[in-house]
Structures are given as C-alpha cells and as structure tokens.
Design a protein around this ligand. Structure first.
Ligand code: FUC
Length: 796
C-alpha cells in the first residue's frame, strides 16, 4: 500500500513541477527602468539595454524624443591583412638563439624579468601593434526622432524570458510603445513603433556611422542603405534598414533618412555585414551587399508578429531549458534600485541573484550563436572606436570565462563559435610556432588575438602565454564530456587538441634540476618573473595531456595515446605546498603572502581543472584556501567571478555566495553588465558559471548535487543544468538538503550521483518503476538507459 502510493506520488512528481515558492516570471525575468539611458558613452556603458542574435547586437537607450539603438556586427574590425605591414604578430625577421638564450638565463639565474623576455621574444617597438592588431568597431546608430517633448508613465525594459526589449510612455494622452529584438532566426534587428490610437506615429529614421570610414547614405522606398569601407584596412561594410508604415505616409529624404507621418504603426528591420571571412591569410570573403539585401528583403516580407513569434520560439528553446528559483520575490521597483538596495532584503536579494544568473545565459545566447564569431570581451556590444583591450579575444582567462557557463547551463550550441574560432587559430598559429620557436609540428597563440589570426608576439611584458592553445583545447574537450558527441570529438576537438599537444612535445624542456618536463620560460599570467614550470603552465599541460590521452583512446589514435602517456610520466604536475601553507604559484617557493593580484592562475587545478579538490586531494585543497585567502576577495569583475567558482569547487557555499554578493555590490553596473571596470562581459558569464558550480558539479566523475549551496539559499529548485556524461539535472531542496533529484539521461550509461542525502535511504524511480541502485557513503550508483527519466527521493 505504502509502496504503491509512493509510486503514484513519484509518477505525479515526474510530470508536475513542484515550485518550493511562488515565482513571478512576468516580473522576475525583466530588467526595467523608469528613465532613458543618457545619450553618452557612459550612458551606453551603464544603462543601455543589450539585445543580440550572436552575429549582431544593439543597445537600447530609449530616449523619448531621440531614440538611439547603437548597433554592432561581430566582424567589423580595424587592423588585419588590409593594413599593409600586417604580420599576424610574427617577428619580421628571425632571431636566431633568442629563445635558447632566455631559457639558459632562466636555468642559470632561476628567473628572468618580463621586460627582458619582452625585449628578446616580444614585438619590437618599431612595429607598433595597435594599428595592425586593430579593434572591434561600432557599426553605427539607428536614430529615431519623435515629436514628443512632454511624457508620463515612462518605462524601458528588457524581458530576458523572451529576448525582447520595450520602451513605452504616454504623450498627449496616447500610449506609445516601441518593441525591439534581434533575431537569429531571420538575421535582423526588428523594431515596431505603435500607439493605442490610429494615425499617431510621426517619426524620422536615420542611420549614423562613425567617422573612421567612408560612407554613402541613400534612402529609397523606405530602405536606408549605408555602404563604405573602414579607413584602417579597407574592410567593406553595408547596413540596410527598411522602414514600413501601416497607414499615414512615408517619405525618402535626400539626406538618406526616411520620415513617416500619421501612421498607425511602423516596423523596421535592419541587417548589417562586412566582407570579412574567417579565412587565413586574407580574411576576406564576398561583398556584404547580397547577404544584407537578402536578409532585409526576406524579413520585411514577414509581419512583425511572425518575426517576433519565430524569434521568441527560437530564443526560448535555449533560454527556457534552465530555471532557478531561490525563493526570490522581485520588488516592483526599477532594476537599478533593486541593485542599489542589494543586501537589505533577503527576498529581493534572491530575486536579483536569480535574475543575474539568468542574465548571464541571456547574454551568452545574445552574443554567441552558430555561424558567427565567439563572444569577445564585450560580447557583441561596443560603442567606441578604441574600446578597452580592443574588445578582443584575450586568451589567458577572458574568452575561456565567456564559455564557462555554456555547457553547465545547457547552452551547448553557443559554444560552437568558440570551437570554430579556436580551430581557425591553428593555421596562423602553425606559422608562429615555426617562425618564432622553430617548432616543426603544432600551433601556438599568445595571450590575446583578434579576428585576423594574430597568434604572434605582443609589445607588452604580459604577453608571453604560449599555454593559451592548451587551455583552449582543454575547454574543447570538456565540451565533449558534456555532450558525448563523438563526431565533434573526432572531427573538431581532437584534431585541435592533438596539434596543440604536438607543439608542446617539441616546446617542453627538461628541467636540469629534477629531470621533469616543464614549460620554459613560463609565467603565472600577468604576475611575477619568468621561470621554469610555473604552476599554471604545468597544470594546464597536465590537463592537456590527460585529455589527449583519454580522447586518443576514444578516437583510436594508439600511437598518440602512447606519446601522451610518456609525457605524463615525466611532466611536472604543478602542485606544491609552500612554506606558508600556500599552493605555490611557481615551482620555487617564492610566493609573496602579501600579493593581492587579481589573477590567481595557480588555482587552475581547482577550476576549471580537476587536480585539486577537497574530495580527492584535501591537503592541496587546504593549500588552495590559504593562497586564496592571502590574495583576498578583492579583484576586478572577472576576478571576483572566477573566485565564486574557486570557492564552490572548495565546497564552501557561503564564501562563494559572499563573492557573488561582492560582485553584485561592487562590480555590476545598473544595466547588470559586469564591470572590470570598465564594462567587460566575462564577469557576467563567470558569475553565472559560479552560481551553477554551487548547485551542481560533475568534473570528478560523479554528479555532485548541491556541493556548495550557501546558507542564504536554504530552499530552492533548479532545473535543466547539465552534468558531464550527457545528463540533465534538476534538484529541489529544503533546508540545504535535496528533497528530490531529477535526471534525464542522454546516451545512457551507469551514473554516479553524490549527495549527503544518500546517507539515508532513498528510492530511485523511472516511469513509475523502482530502479535498483547501490550506495557507497554519499555516492549512489545505478544503470540508466538512453533518454531515461529518473527521480530520486528520500524514503520517509
Ligand atoms: C587580462 C586581465 C585584465 C583584463 C584584460 C582584458 O589582461 O589581466 O584584467 O581583463 O585581460
């Protein structure tokens, strides 16, 4: 009887969501403001609201009289092959013996100053980098002018549950509404301007582009076309916007603007593109005219309603896969006020945390979709000609962090542009490996790259980071561990991983001190001297060869598996506890306990690596805590975000939550963009990844449920998170302990689930039937089948 009713209950629980607390999706997933963003660069950075479809992005200012949508397209970059003396960062002439001399100095003297390494291996100051490297550019501004000077009831919002933005206000007793979205389905930005009374829309539409390019502007049949080329490199660009009115009249103006008078409604579709192609060595493809014309033509044939329906369905298919309920209750005040009041009201704090978590997923969907370039330092949004760090691809933490949440939060597709980009660095990277280091096989890139295959040297002492390719390869393999997509492994990840490992087979050196293989010279990113075998270098390389070994076995590359095994036998793993109990940052015990630098790269073994964990290596985990405590919780946006991940991996939920709170209080702008400062998007992605690590981990082989849930999240529910092994996970918890674990298996295999819940008896159900399982301490194991649904509940 008891068993039967449990089975019924279980069957019911499988299908009916059981929220622990009431959520209010209408309000919870909306950022909203009661004023426009100021029409300045600072207003853009702190208050404009981002929409995007991966390739294109726009930010909504929401001015009543003067609306501005600043827009971007990923491929509009200065620099590169269009600049006459572009050289991919490679040396202009050979420097025989330069690398050997530095290596010998490191061996003889123990360490060498970054400036000395720069002088012998870096870019010479007579070949300034900036002009050649280039920077990501603003495409332009879509400017809409309205006659309204007096208004009331103003609201500007971004609904991240739908991927749509809206501005609305009342003027002369008429409610005006502007709706915006960027759709990946139809490759355009879409706007609708409407009113609650007919014939009320009178407006002017124009497109403005920055001065660093030629431009021809024309308007015909409501179509505004702007074409030209960047002065820097001749990159051709084109943007078209179609203005369609329902009712009233439309006029093409000689200045290239389009006016509408007395319409019921106006819809706008805009597309943009360049003749860039991610194709070494020229990086040029077809003129954008055809593509842009086709995108606008086919979009304008669809009604606004159809475009919106297609967009929302497409967007929600991704966004809707995950939900998190921490019991938050969003107060009915603007989002900037909720942020400012963070820390004063638990229910509002939880609501903001839920929103911030979801916002990272929103931003990733908006800035990284298949077929385009990956999210850069600012995702897809940039307003400046000279953005901070070129809004480029920094390869020593930043692009990696952008993709930390891709798999764990069930957005595997967003990682495709990342894999394609990494793959595309191989061709230029082979030339760099050969020209700079005389390496015959393999590829290398250094600490940052552009969209034109810049894999060579830099003109800054921080530049030397040949390990970037290895870290990127580790991440490509981790993606496989989530999806178990063997075609992706064989055709995409493994070839990149193998070629990276080939570089290191030649580049690794034997440390005469102990005969171990080390990176030489090697530095902890952006801090300290160049030495032999800095911890992060070794940890990354340990993971690379461990992954390559595993992958080689799967794809059947026996010879290379043997090479990887050989290297692993001799490789220094980069794990040492030093004299003040710290996890050493360098091979020699030279860590300064007073150092508070934002980079804490030697924690790589903790996250995203797997060598250090309280579960497997408690002494090393203790040492990691000592190092992290010495570095303090301070740091820039991304640094705090990474620390959330570190403390989650150390199973300290309260500390992880403190870092998340610190990030919200001190590194988050009113539009919820992360600030380094300035705005840098990696911190958004890192925070979302960190919150996920608090709820679910799977890097050690078991699905670790609620490994670091903080005291401030006593009750909650999460659905749709992904664990390695192609498993989708949901958890409901009360007083910090799971009351229900839901698994959806993919390819199907035995699973191991870890939770303190298993110290007491549990039942596992699938399709209303009990599933046999075994428990060993906190770990529960059972066999699963393809696409099986499983429910784990306590016996009580
Ligand atoms: C690295 C970091 C900086 C910044 C830049 C884009 O150089 O050290 O803090 O994030 O990347």
């Amino acid at each position: 009887m008891r068993r039967r009713s449990l089975l019924v209950l279980a069957a019911v629980l499988m299908t009916v969501p059981v929220p622990v607390v009431e959520a209010n999706p209408g309000r919870d997933m909306v950022l909203w403001y009661d004023e426009p963003a100021p029409d300045t660069n600072q207003g853009w950075e702190t208050r404009s609201l981002p929409i995007g479809n991966g390739a294109m992005g726009a930010t909504v200012f929401g001015g009543v009289q003067a609306e501005r949508l600043q827009f971007n397209e990923k491929t509009l970059w200065t620099g590169g092959p269009g600049v006459s003396d572009y050289n991919y960062g490679n040396w202009s002439e050979p420097r025989p013996g330069a690398l050997e001399a530095i290596r010998q100095r490191v061996i003889n003297e123990g360490q060498v100053k970054p400036e000395d390494v720069l002088a012998s291996l870096g870019l010479k100051s007579d070949t300034p980098r900036h002009r050649r490297f280039g920077a990501y550019q603003s495409f332009g501004d879509l400017r809409l002018a309205f006659p309204h000077t007096q208004f009331t009831d103003y609201r500007r919002e971004l609904d991240i549950s739908r991927g749509t933005a809206k501005v609305s206000y009342v003027a002369d007793s008429v409610r005006y509404t502007r709706e915006y979205f960027a759709t990946a389905k139809d490759d355009v930005l879409v706007a609708r301007i409407s009113a609650d009374r007919p014939g009320k829309i009178t407006m002017n539409t124009r497109i403005q582009v920055p001065a660093n390019r030629t431009s021809t502007v024309a308007a015909s049949k409501g179509r505004i076309t702007v074409t030209g080329a960047l002065a820097s490199n001749g990159l051709r660009y084109e943007t078209q916007a179609q203005v369609n009115n329902q009712g009233g009249s439309r006029t093409d103006n000689a200045d290239g603007s389009v006016s509408v008078a007395g319409a019921n409604e106006v819809t706008l579709v805009l597309a943009a593109g360049t003749d860039y192609a991610n194709d070494y060595p020229k990086y040029r493809g077809d003129d954008p005219h055809k593509r842009v014309t086709l995108a606008v033509n086919s979009a304008q044939r669809k009604s606004f309603g159809i475009l919106q329906f297609r967009h929302v369905a497409d967007y929600q298919e991704l966004f809707g896969r995950v939900s998190l309920n921490l019991g938050g209750r969003m107060p009915d005040v603007p989002t900037d006020d909720v942020l400012a009041a963070y820390g004063t009201d638990a229910a509002a704090d939880r609501a903001l945390e839920q929103l911030f978590f979801a916002y990272g997923r929103y931003l990733l969907i908006a800035s990284s979709r298949p077929g385009s370039l990956p999210a850069n330092l600012q995702g897809v949004w940039n307003v400046l000609e000279a953005p901070p760090w070129q809004a480029d691809y920094h390869l020593n933490i930043n692009i990696q962090m952008n993709y930390f949440p891709a798999d764990t939060t069930n957005l595997a597709e967003t990682a495709e542009p990342f894999a394609e980009y990494v793959d595309s660095l191989r061709e230029p990277g082979r030339v760099t490996a050969r020209d700079m280091y005389g390496v015959k096989q393999g590829w290398v890139a250094h600490h940052a790259s552009n969209i034109y295959g810049w894999t060579g040297a830099w003109d800054h002492p921080a530049y030397f980071f040949p390990e970037s390719g290895a870290w990127l390869s580790d991440q490509l393999y981790d993606h496989y561990r989530f999806t178990l997509d063997s075609k992706y492994l064989a055709t995409k990840a493994y070839p990149v991983m193998k070629e990276t490992a080939q570089f290191w087979l030649e580049f690794l050196q034997t440390d005469p001190k102990d005969g171990k293989l080390v990176a030489l010279p090697s530095r902890s990113p952006e801090i300290g001297p160049h030495t032999a075998g800095a911890s992060m270098s070794q940890q990354i390389l340990w993971l690379l060869f461990t992954d390559v070994l595993e992958a080689a076995k799967i794809v059947g590359d026996k010879d290379f598996a043997a090479r990887a095994t050989e290297v692993l036998g001799k490789l220094d793993p980069g794990l040492r506890v030093g004299k003040w109990g710290q996890l050493q940052e360098w091979k020699a015990d030279i860590d300064d306990p007073n150092e508070t630098h934002r980079h804490v790269s030697h924690m790589f073994a903790l996250h995203p690596g797997k060598q250090v964990s309280p579960r497997t290596t408690p002494e090393l985990a203790e040492a990691a805590k000592v190092s992290l405590n010495a570095r303090t919780d301070a740091g820039t946006g991304w640094s705090k975000a990474w620390k959330i991940n570190f403390w989650a991996r150390l199973l300290d939920g309260d500390r992880a939550h403190k870092l998340l709170a610190d990030q919200l209080k001190t590194s988050t702008l009113p539009n919820l963009w992360d600030t380094h400062p300035p705005f840098q998007i990696d911190g958004n992605f890192g925070a979302t990844a960190g919150a996920t690590e608090m709820l679910l981990q799977s890097h050690l082989g078991a699905i670790d449920v609620l490994p670091a849930v903080p005291r401030s999240w006593p009750d909650g529910r999460v659905d749709g998170l992904r664990a390695r092994g192609d498993v989708t996970v949901g958890v409901t918890w009360q007083s910090g302990a799971p009351t229900q674990i839901r698994l959806l298996t993919g390819k199907g295999d035995a699973v191991k689930v870890r939770s303190s819940m298993f110290r007491n008896a549990v039942r596992v159900f699938s399709q209303g039937q009990l599933v046999p399982h075994t428990t060993d301490g906190d770990v529960l194991s059972f066999a699963t089948r393809n696409k099986g649904e499983y429910l784990i509940v306590p016996v009580s």
